[in-house]
Write a new protein. Structure first.
Length: 479
């Protein structure tokens, strides 16, 4: 036994990482230009893009954070998925055709061609800020899980993930990210299923015992019909946030949309995003159920040891209760979920939206070198953000709050570009910044209890403000 892991566990972890290395080598060795490095020459099949999208969407934040919600709260998180499903269909039939119409490498390049470079620069900058902070929280979630299981200091886990991510993505590019996404998605299902199986098998209670205990403690409540509009979990707000949040997360975030731009045609891309509905929902439900099952386990064994932070609940349970082999599979799933980091999307946006327009660089050899240097740079920033997230509890909701501050500005300007023919460039920058400041002010006042507004409203408010301010300052026709 080494660091709470047996040799079987270590073998499974090394196998998982070994597959990543092989894939990165196979798909990265012949990449010669940024079109291949960022878009895989748009030759990815639908099923591969779908699973890669799911693997990126799920991430270590879901594997670690969602069970914590199921453990200490209930299943009302699923209300968000109702709105999310609607948003995916909406994105498929309105956003994706616009991106393919302009032949965009990044979705912010679409804004540049639609409005001008000011809008492109501003939206890309917003993406950098949001993705770096939100992904830093995700990296912290994965590092926390690994540090608990392996009994490492947190900084060791952060450095480990950062180095592997930089090497993997820096060499393999988007091809490696997408093809390993298939392996990642499979690992998520396998790890979740084995944990759930072990809880039932070891505790001795039946599925009906599980339902009865969970119901008595309000753990499987799905719909919240309340009218407290400061509560982000009431049905109307949750669904509304699911629609706006997912439109922002999937339609205006290069990290996820990059997967859908690797497909050959608009129709294939549309098909892929709709299929993600049916691939993601079972995973989210499974990991919520795991959190609830752990709660029921502790009810049955009240003297069992518990972690000091509920965000550690699944990691702690895996480290202290799972048998050899199961522990290694769970750890491998967390590692795989974390290696699929946003380094590729951050770099593609930096090179395409910032570096190339400013420096007018067209030499592909130099652009590839700049791309790999940018991956290292962003990897370091993510590591720093993750380290600063120590002692934070409720990281899933923290990630949503961070995203909500800028997501509305992003979504508003994309909707304005897609659904109107009006034109403004600098006006979009003004509207996006004003919407961001408004949401930040509301969040600060809410945190200080001066006003009572749930974080779910941030994206709705930001989207509305951006759209209408841009509309008011814009010209009637395209120039």
């Amino acid at each position: 036994m080494i660091n709470n892991l047996s040799y079987i566990d270590w073998s499974i972890v090394f196998l998982a990482i070994g597959i990543l290395i092989v894939v990165a080598f196979l798909f990265g060795k012949n990449q010669k230009d940024t079109n291949d490095f960022f878009l895989a020459q748009r030759k990815i099949p639908v099923w591969a893009a779908t699973f890669s999208f799911v693997a990126t969407e799920i991430s270590a934040m879901t594997i670690v954070g969602v069970p914590a919600v199921g453990f200490k709260e209930n299943w009302q998180y699923l209300q968000f998925f109702i709105g999310s499903a609607v948003a995916r269909i909406f994105i498929g039939y309105f956003f994706i055709p616009s991106f393919y119409k302009y032949g965009s490498v990044t979705i912010y390049e679409f804004l540049g061609k639609r409005f001008g470079v000011s809008t492109q620069y501003c939206s890309s900058a917003f993406f950098f800020v949001t993705r770096l902070f939100a992904s830093g929280v995700r990296l912290y979630a994965a590092s926390l899980a690994v540090s608990v299981i392996m009994n490492w200091p947190l900084i060791y886990a952060i450095v480990f993930f950062s180095i592997v991510s930089v090497l993997f993505i820096g060499f393999g590019g988007i091809r490696a990210v997408i093809w390993t996404g298939i392996w990642e998605a499979f690992a998520f299902y396998l790890a979740g299923g084995l944990v759930f199986y072990y809880i039932f098998n070891s505790s001795g209670f039946s599925f009906f015992d599980f339902i009865e205990t969970a119901s008595q403690n309000g753990k499987i409540s799905i719909i919240n019909w309340g009218f407290n509009f400061s509560d982000p979990n009431i049905f109307l707000i949750a669904v509304l946030n699911g629609v706006f949040g997912s439109m922002a997360a999937f339609g205006t975030d290069q990290e996820l949309m990059q997967r859908l731009l690797t497909l050959n045609s608009r129709k294939e891309s549309q098909k892929s995003i709709v299929l993600t509905i049916f691939a993601t929902l079972p995973l989210v439900t499974l990991y919520l159920a795991i959190g609830t099952a752990i709660f029921v386990y502790y009810k049955a064994f009240p003297n069992a040891s518990m972690p000091d932070n509920s965000d550690k609940i699944l990691s702690y349970f895996a480290a202290h209760f799972l048998p050899d082999g199961f522990k290694g599979i769970f750890l491998a799933a967390v590692i795989l979920a974390s290696i699929d980091s946003p380094l590729s999307s951050l770099t593609s946006s930096f090179v395409t939206d910032i570096y190339k327009p400013i420096f007018k660089e067209r030499d592909e050899v130099r652009l590839m070198k700049i791309s790999r240097m940018a991956i290292v740079f962003f990897g370091i920033i993510l590591a720093v953000v993750a380290f600063l997230c120590q002692n934070i509890e409720g990281m899933l909701w923290l990630a949503f709050k961070i995203n909500g501050l800028t997501a509305g500005s992003m979504l508003g300007v994309f909707l304005f570009g897609i659904f109107t023919t009006r034109q403004t460039d600098k006006g979009n920058v003004i509207s996006m910044i004003l919407a961001f400041i408004s949401c930040l002010t509301i969040m600060i006042l809410s945190e200080k209890k001066v006003i009572s507004i749930g974080w779910s409203w941030f994206i709705v408010i930001g989207t509305t403000l951006t759209f209408f301010i841009s509309f008011l300052v814009s010209k009637r026709k395209l120039e």
